[in-house]
Design a protein around this ligand. Structure first.
Ligand code: NDP
Length: 295
């Protein structure tokens, strides 16, 4: 019997999309323009294609114009940079997203650095990360997935100030910015990574756990302090003969065990995933409002 309340990321994301759609109508009525998001996809990774398709659909659902460029796997870095420059200079584009990972012959840093800071809706520009890390400074954009995690905590009324938080994983796109965000909200934060000794013992001290590792069922029920809130970012395919695709998606956290011990927990799918896209739309709206000086 699960005692933990399931955090419904899908329905929170829907609510956020409705709020964004309302704002976009108001903006359109007053300025005559709608926000635009450009997405650059390179290569044929199925998961990346799915993410891009979902982002495009989400844009349509709220009234954001989307511009997609799909380049072949063997395209040059120069071609990608040219498209970024075109979008940087295009006033109808307010946000630019480069779907990661890029093919291995490209330098990810060069590509991400080329996105102009005012259109960096993914928040991956080092200047934005630097501003996120500094006291009394405000980044222009915060990376979507970690911001989505914090938004879930807010909307479920989970107190953060003074609490102990553990983030498992320290990637540039999820773990590290999640830890910075929790710290900005006055949590006391520990970062657990692949070299951490006794990750279970450290995690068990947390009132709030955010896991972004990429290992199915790594975080067991015994890692969770009774009553803790668990946000599971992991999206991991595991073999499943019963599924028509031959696999299903699970998180980093063993949901069956942890949901009996946590006071609230996100499912996979239907937790953080939909929030990531909702925040991307929100960041794009913010970029457009800034560009048109619309309040
Ligand atoms: P990365 O592979 O970039 O980072 C994984 C992190 O986990 C690293 O910091 C690594 O440590 C750490 N790690 C690896 N093994 C262990 C271990 N045994 N114990 C503790 N920490 C460990 O992954 P991402 O951050 O990009 O993604 C993480 C997961 O989140 C993936 O499943 C991904 O699919 C999912 N994801 C979901 C999104 C969503 O919208 N819901 C968006 C983005 C990602 P070290 O630094 O020492 O190598």
């Amino acid at each position: 019997e699960a005692s933990g309340k399931v955090i419904d990321g899908k329905s929170v994301a829907k609510q956020i999309r409705e709020e964004i759609a309302t704002e976009i109508s108001r903006m359109k009525a007053s300025t005559g323009v709608v926000p635009g998001l450009a997405v650059i996809l390179v290569g044929d990774r199925k998961d990346s294609a799915t993410y891009v398709r979902n982002k495009k659909k989400a844009c349509e659902s709220v009234g954001i114009e989307s511009y997609e460029v799909h380049l072949a796997e063997d395209s040059s870095e120069k071609e990608v940079l040219q498209h970024i420059k075109g979008f940087n200079d295009d006033p109808s584009v307010n946000g630019i997203l480069v779907q990661l990972p890029l093919p291995s012959h490209m330098n990810e840093q060069n590509v991400l650095n080329a996105v102009c800071i005012d259109k960096d809706v993914d928040g991956f520009n080092p200047l934005n990360i630097g501003l996120l890390a500094m006291r009394d400074r405000e980044p222009l954009f915060v990376p979507c997935t970690p911001k989505g995690c914090i938004e879930l905590l807010h909307r479920y009324g989970v107190p953060i100030k003074g609490k102990r938080a553990v983030v498992i994983g320290r990637s540039n796109i999820v773990g590290m910015p999640a830890a910075l965000l929790l710290q900005r909200e006055d949590a006391t934060v520990s970062l657990v990574h692949s070299r951490t000794k006794n990750p279970e013992e450290i995690t068990r001290q947390a009132d709030i756990v955010i896991s972004a590792v990429g290992k199915p069922n790594m975080v067991r029920g015994s890692w969770i302090k009774p009553g803790a809130v668990v946000i599971d970012v992991g999206i991991n395919p595991v073999e499943d003969a019963k599924s028509p695709r031959g696999y299903r998606l699970v998180g980093d956290v063993c949901f069956e065990e942890a949901s009996k011990i946590a006071s609230a927990i996100t499912p996979v799918p239907g937790g953080v995933g939909p929030m990531t896209i909702a925040i991307l739309l929100s960041n794009t709206l913010v970029a457009a409002k800034r560009a048109h000086n619309f309040k």
